[in-house]
Design a protein around this ligand. Sequence first.
Ligand code: IMP
Length: 434
Amino acid sequence: MSILVVVGAQWGDEGKGKIVHFLARKAEYVARYQGGNNAGHTVVVGKKRYALHLIPSGILMKQTKNIIGSGVVISPRAFREEVLGLEKRGISSRKRLFVSFGAHVILPYHILLDGLREESGRGIGTTKRGIGPCYEDKVARIGIRVCDYLEPETFKKLVVQNLKIRSAELARLRPLASIEKEVFADYDLLRRFIAPYAQDTSLLLSEAIERGENVLLESAQGAMLDLDFGTYPFVTSSSPIAGGAATGSGIAPASVEFVLGVTKAYTTRVGLGPFPSEMEVKRGDYLREKGHEYGTTTGRPRRIGGLDLVQLRHAIRVSGINALAVTKLDTLSGTGPIEVCRAYRWKGKTLTHFPWSRKAQGEAKPILIRLPGFNGNLASARLFSDLPKAAQDYILWIEKNLGIPIPIVSVGPDLKQTIVRDASLSSLADFVKP
Ligand code: IMP
């Protein structure tokens, strides 16, 4: 039995979907613990490509049960669309997907408020899925949880109350009556749809743990988008770091045995905000096209940068990451020498720890080191020794400089393109054995 947390070690889009899909082969349960349908986990199975936003990537493994935990914010409309979309492609969620009674629901007015704030001139480049405003309601103790959504009387009362509370902002957009109408337009349909999935998922997980099953807790986004430890205020409104796994799923923190961080072999970021290792446009453009670096949820082009050791050390520390999976190593092939950021320069000082202030984060310049690049088609490599020597050296260099093992290297979207270098690492072993 093992409890494993998989976190993003950068700004999201690290390839967690594929890694979780790979590890889910050995998991009885996969649980998402934060975020909402702002996430975009792309998973390739054979010739089919799935873009999951809300449902854990474990859904694509037939034997795996999946949980949307209480730390997640759930749009009932997006939930229904995603479940039906999977059903159309032959993947049933019945009796293997459970939604926490405690997850907060995203309603149309959250999406309107998200859009309004983004257009106010103080936007941060959100996905406009209503994530921030829904978490705001949760913290303000006026949120509507799935258990409240399932009770029509409670739901109606809360909606009327919340529209009043938000009326000053909302009325600038549309008459309140029309927003209320939109909230109730498909309410019955959505309530009936979500009802069979709703459960005390904390209880399900603790029973699974008692039975000695393998449980994988899956983050969305990444450490640098964490509300507390990311590049605030250019962050998401939840806790993607490993600490969020316990609060967002309702399991004991001490039961988490292993934290696997996922990082690309370079760095990307969507949305606005500091990005110290961002590359000059031309090289970034080339990598963006080669690596298909466009947002899964919004289609926005991702900003591209070199691997950033300062940022990764920060992510490793705040999540207690035990080991890293490095993805998209193949994308770097043929792109020339590899530039890695080993420290920052700010106000004449060398910074080796990620700075807190937004000014320092925004102004810090990367101190780069150049490593030999590599060529050739890495996509067919199945063993570490199949990789070009310089590609192997790059992985070994990262391992040495971060002081952390890299047991998994991914060289393409297919499960077969996953190189397991070390299948012996404590609890991770239960998930990577053949
Ligand atoms: P929100 O989560 O939609 O509120 O957006 C807040 C910030 O997080 C923005 O910079 C988004 O681009 C970013 N973000 C949210 N979800 C993801 C994701 O799944 N991958 C990458 N960035 C994301």
